[in-house]
Design a protein around this ligand. Structure first.
Ligand code: SAH
Ligand code: SF4
Ligand code: F3S
Length: 448
């Protein structure tokens, strides 16, 4: 008897790294139900859109993509279409109502039920599951891609989910639910498994990753303790984590940056605004000075750390003076990298009903902030030229013979290198800097 032909699964991922990780885990879960991944929606028997609800534009993309996919269903009656992720959680029933082509809606906390839900939609029913069940979804999701398949050199590993901070603009506490940490033993086992598959760099993920407090046998572990234990895994060479909240930047985590060589000198620590008035209206529960004081302590522990941040401009009530305070904060910090957004009112969040800053004012402020942030980023990039950095080579570049890797500061580095070196950390002399990448050349062994 021959095995049944595998069905094809196409997943399109939007939003943050947690969605990237979840997509991999969902792919693993559906493998058990007889699916194998495909890169083409045309060839698929199941299409999942793993969505993001953080800003209006992100959420709108889902509906336009569903419109594009609809004709595929006419061509292939066996095709099933599902929506997962944060839009599924926030607007599941509306999606079902507005888009008859959608067979399946699953919220982020119910992914382990995917195989059962798949069977239901295969049988011709529609299915919606946006519950927050008691059980931990990660306990029930099989590892991705078969028993010991090789992996790319870098991987994400979700250690914490959800958020209890309730920033006034943010949907995450509603779409991902209450803050919850996975047990350290499970995380360590998953990390060892990744390393056995060839992973050398792990980025620990959480919406509030530094609030991690996973239940160990000897009490709750902090993120610093978890990183310390992970650093003991042979073969794991680099550890990163994202995203952190300033108020959860514990003393032991700050100290870890000076003590654990495998912990990379890069920290994404969003502040959102430099104005105390706006920070209060955002319910951030810290001041600009408090944030800068934390950065001082981090820099004392790790002087060369590269800092990255997120900003929202045009939050309701933001005046030109408030905005100036944001520019001043940026001047003080000099971020190596930063992400900035126009405020987007999100249904159900506390700030949603507040009077908005006019769109053209938001645009103009975003433009000015981005010009400043780009200048600082360019300076940071330029300062690398002439230095020799340890670069983790990840994959082939666009040019023949070229490989792309990452510096300790998360910069992309392009260089001529043998593809067989993928997964190795090499010494690279930096020869040129672009705004978003560096060019390098292999240096003599041991020079890094
Ligand atoms: N958990 C992370 C990030 C959450 S979302 C944290 O606490 O920092 C990523 C970024 O999107 C946020 O840092 C914020 O800058 C931006 N963002 C979130 N909600 C937004 C909204 N309603 N409008 C515009 N930007 C928003
Ligand atoms: Fe959203 Fe604030 Fe929680 Fe970050 S800390 S996920 S911005 S509510
Ligand atoms: Fe978007 Fe949900 Fe991540 S709203 S940013 S996909 S947690």
């Amino acid at each position: 008897m021959t095995a049944p032909k595998p069905k094809k699964l196409f997943i399109k991922t939007y939003g943050c790294q947690m969605n990237v990780y979840d997509s991999e885990r969902m792919s693993g879960a559906l493998e058990a139900a007889g699916y194998e991944p495909t890169d083409s929606p045309d060839a698929a028997d199941m299409i999942l859109l793993n969505t993001c609800h953080i800003r209006e534009k992100a959420a709108e993309k889902v509906y336009s993509e569903l419109g594009r996919l609809k004709p595929l269903k006419a061509a292939n009656p066996d095709l099933r279409i599902g929506v997962t992720g944060c839009v599924a959680q926030a607007e599941g029933e509306e999606i079902m109502r507005r888009q008859p082509a959608v067979d399946l809606v699953v919220g982020p906390q119910a992914y382990h039920r995917l195989p059962d839900l798949e069977a239901k939609v295969r049988a011709g029913q529609r299915a919606l599951d946006t519950e927050f069940p008691q059980e931990d979804k990660f306990d029930h999701l099989p590892p991705a891609r078969g028993p010991k398949a090789r992996r790319a050199p870098t991987a994400f590993l979700t250690v914490q989910e959800g958020c209890d901070k309730f920033c006034a603009f943010c949907v995450v506490p509603y779409t991902r639910g209450a803050e919850a940490s996975r047990p350290p033993a499970r995380i360590l086992a998953e990390a060892r498994d990744l390393v056995e598959r060839g992973v050398v760099e792990i980025t620990l993920l959480g919406q509030n990753v530094n609030a991690y407090h996973g239940p160990g046998e000897d009490g709750d572990w902090t993120l610093a303790r978890l990183i310390r234990e992970l650093a003991g895994i042979d073969g794991l060479q680099r550890i990163r984590f994202t995203t952190s909240h300033p108020n959860d930047m514990g003393e032991d985590l700050i100290a870890a940056h000076g003590q654990i060589a495998k912990l990379m000198p890069y920290l994404h620590l969003p502040v959102q605004s430099g104005s105390d008035r706006i920070l209060k209206a955002m319910n951030r529960k810290h001041t600009a000075a408090g944030y800068l004081a934390i950065l001082d302590r981090i820099r004392a522990a790790r002087p060369d750390i590269a800092l990255s941040g997120d900003f929202i401009v045009g939050f309701p009530g933001e005046t030109e003076e408030d905005f100036q305070a944001t520019l001043e904060l940026c001047e003080k910090v000099r971020y190596a990298q930063a992400y900035s957004f126009k405020y987007s009112a999100r249904p159900g969040t506390p700030a949603a009903g507040r009077e908005e800053v006019p769109e053209e004012v938001k645009s103009e402020r975003l433009h000015r902030l981005q010009a400043l942030l780009s200048r600082h980023q360019a300076e940071f990039q330029q300062a690398m030229v002439g230095r020799t950095l340890p670069v983790l080579l990840e994959k082939p570049g666009r040019m023949p013979g070229q490989m792309v890797g990452r510096s300790p500061f998360l910069q992309a580095v392009h260089m001529q290198a043998d593809p067989a070196l993928a997964g190795r950390i090499v010494a690279a002399r930096i020869t040129a800097a672009e705004p978003n990448s560096l060019a390098g050349a292999l240096a003599d062994a041991g020079a890094a």
